[in-house]
Design a protein around this ligand. Structure first.
Ligand SMILES: [Zn+2]
Length: 465
């Protein structure tokens, strides 16, 4: 196996040379001599850091979103802009093909139902995803195409007073997917390259898929990143493909349809019985309170985590710490959605949104993630937002929650099986999943950006896109 000698890099704040061999960091020192067979690379003083791990992403949906039209803020923020982008997308598609739009928010043109969509585009099937990912709105052509009008209805299908489907489907993705034309599955290779260019060497897919085949598709996608998969409760005891790591069982506490305390506690207990921790999706205070009550009943297992923890009231911070729960959060939403939160969320709750520093100070392990496609898949946006808490509009959201830029980066440096615990480091014996930056770390973190990534290494091999 070839070896690589990285000369003139910065490791943990000091100048260093690093030899990569056998997929690991073989040697770390100063003035390492090149050996026969060494490929030598000049790091020009740039920092060498562990590859970033995104602790919560949805790979398939992110790849699909890249083939979809974006119809939400900031790109689209008025009914006129919505009509424009849909018309342009329509003109680019063959007749009869489905139009898929994502990122919708009701501030654009209110709640979308079939009539609203028919008024914009009646002649081809159209589906629009709310930016929460929880809801699809279908126009009438789409309702007919999936059989909604013929009485085939998933649980989340909304109907009007007369019993007719409104075109709105809540959390009915699996049902919908089975009824869509079997187009080519989204190609994950472009996403894998994009993540590699941003220095991401590992991801945890947090989609609660319910079929072994859905795990297999991700395992076989040929992504350069190390994969940890969750899957939903139906796969709690399933065998996972061997080239992926088995993460926690993903449980969704959906605000529109809260599970009973017993059901949630039962699901947590079932995952634990299958020897797996749980990752519980909580985006509201109600969901968090319910989840904590369920944990009280089922018990907490090492590795149990709260996904998002979008709203944590101050009195719950010590409760999370006492229970030993980890928070996997998305500070990037401060940048991407913060201006909307400042408008929509009551001011007294602004301090409770996407907490970081107050959780860490209380002893709660916190790990970073993008939740792409609902956030940008670029983790450096989240690193920057965790440090400056600045919205796209330049306002500050949760000044108390600011982290030092180093600490913000560490949100993405912890191991997939120990999110929020000790950050990985560049040391002999560690896997050579590494990122070479264009400058010393302190300089890069003065303005965190994926532009600073010069090269990403997977098991010691430079990634070439
Ligand atoms: Zn998610």
């Amino acid at each position: 196996m070839s070896t690589l000698l990285l000369r003139g890099v910065e490791v943990a704040g000091r100048p260093a040379d690093v030899r990569l061999a056998g997929g690991v960091v073989a040697e770390l020192g100063s003035d390492l001599a090149a050996r026969p067979g060494d490929e030598v690379l000049d790091g020009r003083g740039g920092a060498l850091i562990p590859g970033l791990h995104d602790h919560h992403i949805h790979l398939m949906a992110t790849a699909a979103a890249e083939r979809s039209v974006r119809v939400g803020p900031p790109e689209v923020s008025s009914p006129g802009e919505l009509a424009d982008v849909l018309r342009r997308a329509d003109a680019a598609l063959p007749p009869g093909a489905w139009l898929r739009a994502v990122g919708y928010h009701e501030s654009v043109a209110g709640d979308l139902d079939r009539e609203a969509l028919d008024a914009l585009l009646p002649h081809r099937p159209v589906r629009v995803q709310h930016r929460s990912g929880a809801q699809w709105s279908l126009n009438s052509a789409a309702c007919r195409a999936v059989g909604l009008d013929e009485g085939q209805r998933p649980e989340g299908a909304e109907t009007d007073a007369s019993g007719r489907p409104t075109g709105r489907l809540l959390r009915a993705d699996a049902w919908l997917r089975d009824r869509l034309p079997a187009g080519d599955p989204p190609d994950l290779s472009a996403l894998g390259r994009r993540l590699a260019r941003a220095g991401v060497t590992g991801v945890t897919d947090a989609t609660p898929v319910e079929r072994p085949a859905d795990l297999r598709v991700l395992a076989d996608a040929g992504l350069p990143q190390r994969l940890t998969l969750t899957g939903g409760p139906a796969l709690a005891a399933a065998d996972f493909p061997e080239n992926v790591a088995r993460g926690p069982v993903k449980l969704v506490v959906a605000d529109h349809e809260l599970p009973s305390l017993d059901a949630l506690a039962g699901a947590i207990g079932a995952a634990h019985l299958a020897d797996r921790p749980v990752a519980v999706h909580c985006v509201s205070l109600v969901a968090l309170v319910l989840a904590l009550a369920a944990w009280e009943q089922a018990g907490v297992r090492s590795g149990d985590r709260i996904e998002h923890a979008s709203v944590v009231s101050p009195e719950l911070v010590p409760v999370l710490a006492a229970r030993g729960l980890t928070v996997v959060t998305q500070p990037g939403f401060v940048a991407e959605r913060g201006d909307r939160y400042l408008l929509d969320v009551p001011p007294r709750e602004h301090a409770d949104l996407y907490r970081c520093a107050s959780l860490l100070d209380a002893g709660v392990p916190v790990a970073g993630s993008t939740d792409a496609p609902y956030g940008s898949p670029d983790p450096w946006i989240a690193v920057k937002a965790a440090a400056d808490r600045r919205t796209a509009g330049g306002r500050i959201l949760g000044a108390r929650e600011r982290l030092s830029p180093h600490r913000a980066l560490e949100l993405f440096l912890t191991a997939p099986d120990a999110p929020g615990k000790r950050p990985r480091s560049v040391r002999p014996g560690a896997p050579a999943d590494l990122v070479l930056l264009a400058a010393p770390l302190g300089d890069v973190l003065a303005a965190p950006s994926s532009d600073a990534v010069v090269m990403t290494f997977f098991a010691g091999t430079p990634f070439s896109a």
